[in-house]
Ligand binder design. Structure first.
Ligand code: SF4
Ligand code: SF4
Length: 405
């Protein structure tokens, strides 16, 4: 089952420049219709179409802004919490076959799993997943290549990659705690761009992602120029935290505790406006017909505005319905900001069965009124809220405001 937008991203990318120049009234009508269609389709489905697998909490880097792993994050299997095996994942893909249009694979660092090639194969051959997005810190280009060789020779699946680049080399290496990590990330991006040119139609997007903090804000122009020289797309996030970014939750004990160790990194509202203005001037404004950049613009400007106004970017949140998180041990959470409400192994690795359990229903009741500035949730909301779709279709630039506005 392919998602009407996510499953046809190539088509959506081609249509975007045409939609942008339609008359405003037609764009508003289109936004209403599309949002209603997608919302009703998602609500009537018993299985989220987008699933994020955190394959491992282990990581070979030590990023200051990491909100996923603890500061003493383990690198070895022996030192880490139990992880689901590829046997578990096979069972999972059997149960969800044909029902996931977008699979996001992340961690920790997913290439630390020696069975990553097997898990990818299972996703495609057993789960019939249409699109895989793989997130990596890029420290091990050859391991990634081995994982992809088999996949690129197999049945058709659309692939997207995201590799982190925090800034110029000296900053990146210091921020990630490992000398040489910038050179490896660049090598990974070059390898992926080369693979894309040799496998046309198989690899869709190769993205460098920069998490913006107070420490690299001033380095943004240099970072943007660096990624442009490499030839990758460039995505941005604001450094985030479950403790700082979730509001109106009935019980704070439901928070996941995913937070970076150093809160000094967080951008204030004025910093966010400055970051938006910089990225807009150097990148987004240069490529107004690029749907990927337009989506990133709507997400980040929505977050900045939401914090300024003290209200959600869009409500209700469809995390847990349109997409869902599976943790390394099989715990299932609505989003990275909240604790898991159940464990897949206890439900025969059947996500639909778990979602129908009383524990799941109770959890959704208890989290029905929260809102947050988590960029994945805002990105998901774009599909379901006409206001955000109108913003996506607009020809406006980022809503950067003068500091203090
Ligand atoms: S690479 Fe990712 S998971 Fe690893 S420490 Fe950095 S932010 Fe955390
Ligand atoms: S608003 Fe959605 S994404 Fe944010 S914490 Fe609540 S359930 Fe999670």
């Amino acid at each position: 089952m392919r998602h009407p937008i996510l499953g046809h991203i190539d088509w959506a990318e081609r249509a975007y420049p045409i939609v942008r120049v339609l008359p405003d009234r037609l764009k508003a009508w289109l936004a209403e219709r599309l949002a209603a269609l997608l919302k009703s389709r998602t609500r009537s489905s018993a299985h989220p179409e987008r699933v994020t697998l955190f394959l491992t909490d282990r990581c070979n880097l030590r990023c200051r802004h990491c909100f996923v792993s603890a500061p003493n994050r383990p690198e070895t299997v022996e030192a880490s919490a139990p992880e689901l095996t590829s046997g578990h994942w096979e069972q999972f893909f059997q149960r969800s076959a044909g029902r996931i249009s977008q699979l996001l694979i992340t961690g920790g660092e997913p290439t630390l799993r020696p069975d990553l090639p097997e898990i990818l194969r299972l996703a495609v051959q057993v789960g019939r997943v249409a699109t895989i997005n793989l997130f990596s810190n890029g420290l091990a280009p050859q391991k990634l290549k081995r994982a992809l060789d088999q996949l690129l020779d197999g049945p058709a699946v659309s692939l997207n990659f995201q590799v982190s680049i925090d800034g110029p080399e000296a900053f990146h290496d210091a921020n990630r705690g490992v000398a040489g990590s910038h050179a490896q990330a660049r090598a990974t991006l070059e390898l992926l761009l080369d693979l894309r040119s040799r496998h046309p139609g198989r690899i869709n997007r190769v993205v460098a992602c920069t998490a913006i903090s107070r420490r690299n804000l001033e380095l943004l122009p240099e970072t943007i120029a660096l990624v442009q020289r490499l030839g990758a797309l460039h995505a941005f996030t604001f450094v985030r935290s479950s403790e700082r970014g979730v509001f109106n939750l009935s019980d704070q004990a439901l928070l996941s505790g995913f937070s970076p160790p150093d809160f000094g990194d967080f951008l204030g509202r004025e910093d966010m406006d400055k970051a938006l203005a910089l990225v807009d001037e150097r990148l987004w404004r240069q490529a107004p017909n690029n749907l990927f950049y337009a989506t990133n613009r709507v997400i980040l400007s929505g977050i900045a505005q939401s914090l300024r106004q003290g209200r959600p970017v869009a409500a209700p949140c469809l995390s847990g319905v349109g997409d869902i998180i599976i943790l390394p041990d099989g715990g299932v959470a609505r989003c990275e900001m909240l604790r898991p409400f159940g464990a897949l192994p206890e439900h025969g690795m059947d996500l639909e069965r778990l979602l129908q359990s009383e524990a799941a229903r109770e959890h959704f009741r208890r989290t029905s009124s929260c809102w947050c500035v988590h960029d994945c949730a805002v990105g998901l909301s774009i599909m379901y809220h006409p206001k955000l779709l109108r913003e996506l279709f607009s020809r406006s630039k980022a809503r950067a405001q003068a500091p203090g506005a």
